[in-house]
Design a protein around this ligand. Structure first.
Ligand SMILES: Nc1ncnc2c1ncn2[C@@H]1O[C@H](COP(=O)(O)OP(=O)(O)OP(=O)(O)O)[C@@H](O)[C@H]1O
Ligand SMILES: [Mg+2]
Length: 501
């Protein structure tokens, strides 16, 4: 007893350009505890942790680490005090190998030169300790996003941190990879490492966190033991109102009947990207969920349909005709839209205004004699911002200044606005808070009710089950089960199907 708190933040205040973001936040992290930091998109979670990490300095308030008062002028000061961070926005260099990224700026050297062999060896040790297996000598850009996340975690562990800040670490991990991470967290905890765990996923908070602090609009509204709270209490603290059955599935009246002609059909598709003899049918008015592990062919299928990758054999039919989609531009012209998994890289122009990012794909319908209709544009943007609860000071400010989850909402919002005939969403609510999650699911259902066809790829089974009419299970590039949502009892039975049990 009486050992000092691993971290104590007291009365923290922070504003950007006159807008207050944190308003006197107290936050205490005990030694060896996993402490959830929750709250809606833009509540101030990342900002608070960036202060602890020396990225931002607070306008007021103080920090103690291990009982000693500290002042961090730069991230390296925090690092020296044993604080490591797994960033929400990746801090990685895609053109370098996994090992180089893990040891970036701390490369093991021999005779003054970077010792690549030692680096790969130590990287492999860290990855093994994490319970994951992939090649540390591989160039990062050749790997899927999930591996980027694991590399980001390995990078923090390589620095021997005593306090580890994880900002939505599972946002792009599949269930199995998340499990490996949770086991790793248990192991670190036993070694006395304290962890701040930022997450929008309730089941994770209950699975691994001892305590929780909820921020709303930059203030603490709840701190307690997780075991003392019901999920409803936590959700209420996050959104500021009662919300029952947030992710409950309701059968839609307008779902297409059996035997209807498919809007999109994939026949025996095989491609170099890992899709093998894949077949599926998607009907107008239908929401089709794709479940599977990383590399099972979900994202790869989406890339083929959208014309990013080419198939070696097989067929894609749109409205009964060969689709002839050789690039994304043609896909868009034919009424297909894809919200990609790695949206920050592919979905946003970070320096451009939120409004312009939102309106980009809709521009065709908003021009009058070649000019963008400003009024209509403004009102459509305002509608999307309101609907998706995008938190910002002005739609004219660059997207870069939004919080992570609010950036996600901008990408999703712009494709929803276009109302394509076939909408493919890859991990649509990763990083999005619980309030907006239900709003996005509602919007997807409305699109389907209006006769559009939707494919949802999601590693979050609760969400997949809340939105889908039908779920296809993919394994090693092919469809292994085609399940009517009505026949899926619960998350567990879907999980078993995914693992092929
Ligand atoms: N560098 C910055 N300049 C201006 N505003 C900023 C900056 N960084 C953050 N903000 C604003 O501060 C607020 C809090 O952002 P923060 O990233 O801390 O939210 P968050 O709780 O992590 O949300 P999310 O769940 O979406 O990640 C947001 O409104 C955001 O726009
Ligand atoms: Mg954040």
């Amino acid at each position: 007893m009486n050992s000092p708190a691993a971290v104590e933040m007291h009365g923290i205040e922070k504003g950007f350009a006159g807008t207050p973001v944190l308003r006197g936040v107290d936050f205490t992290l005990a030694p060896g505890e996993v402490h959830a930091l929750a709250g809606g998109n833009g509540a101030g979670k990342s900002t608070l942790m960036k202060i602890l990490q020396g990225v931002h300095s607070p306008d007021a308030g103080g920090i103690r680490v291990g009982g000693r008062k500290v002042e961090f002028g730069a991230p390296r000061d925090a690092e020296a005090a044993g604080i490591g961070m797994v960033f929400q926005e990746f801090s990685l260099v895609p053109t370098l190998t996994v090992a180089r990224n893990i040891f970036l700026n701390h490369e093991p050297r021999r005779f003054g030169l970077i010792d690549d062999a030692a680096m790969v060896r130590r990287a492999r040790e860290i990855l093994t300790a994490m319970g994951v297996q992939f090649d540390p000598a591989a160039e990062l850009s050749s790997l899927a996003t999930g591996y980027w996340q694991l590399t980001e975690i390995a990078k923090a562990l390589a620095l021997d941190a005593k306090v580890l800040i994880m900002d939505e670490p599972t946002a792009s991990l599949t269930k199995t990879e998340s499990e490996a991470l949770f086991e790793l967290i248990e192991r670190l905890k036993d070694q006395g490492v304290s962890i701040v765990y930022i997450s929008h996923r309730m089941e994770e908070i209950y699975r691994i966190c001892d305590r929780i602090t909820v921020l709303r609009d930059g203030g603490v509204v709840l701190t307690d033991d997780v075991s003392a709270l019901t999920p409803e209490q936590i959700v209420e603290a996050i959104v500021g109102r009662r919300m029952e059955n947030a992710l409950e599935w309701q059968e839609r009246d307008s779902r297409p009947t059996d035997g209807a002609a498919p809007l999109l059909e994939v026949r025996n598709l095989t491609a170099g990207n890992g899709v093998t003899d894949m077949s599926l049918r998607l009907h107008a008015g239908e929401i089709l969920g794709l479940a599977g592990l990383m590399g099972s062919g979900r994202t790869e299928l989406a890339r083929l349909v959208f014309g990013i990758d080419r198939a070696d054999s097989g067929q894609i039919l749109l409205r009964g005709e060969p689709a002839g989609i050789s690039n994304p531009r043609i896909a868009i012209a034919k009424g297909i839209a894809l919200v990609p998994e790695d949206r920050r890289r592919h979905g946003l122009v970070l320096e451009h205004a939120v409004r312009d990012n939102l309106l980009l794909p809709a521009l065709g319908g908003l021009t009058r004699g070649g000019m963008v209709d400003d009024k209509r544009g403004d009102s459509l943007a305002a509608q999307l911002i309101e609907r998706l609860q995008i938190k910002l000071s002005s739609p004219k400010r660059p997207v870069r200044l939004l919080s992570g989850g609010n950036q996600q909402k901008v990408v999703i919002g712009k494709w929803l606005a276009r109302e394509p005939d076939v909408l493919i969403l890859d991990e649509p609510t990763a990083g999005v808070d619980i309030g907006t999650k239900t709003e996005i699911i509602q919007r997807i259902r409305e699109l389907a009710d209006a006769g559009k066809a939707v494919i949802v790829i999601s590693s979050e089974l609760a969400e997949l089950l809340a939105v889908s009419d039908r779920v296809l299970v993919l394994r090693r590039g092919t469809v292994t089960a085609d399940l009517d949502r009505r026949d899926i009892a619960d998350e567990e039975s879907l999980q078993l199907a995914i693992q092929g049990v």
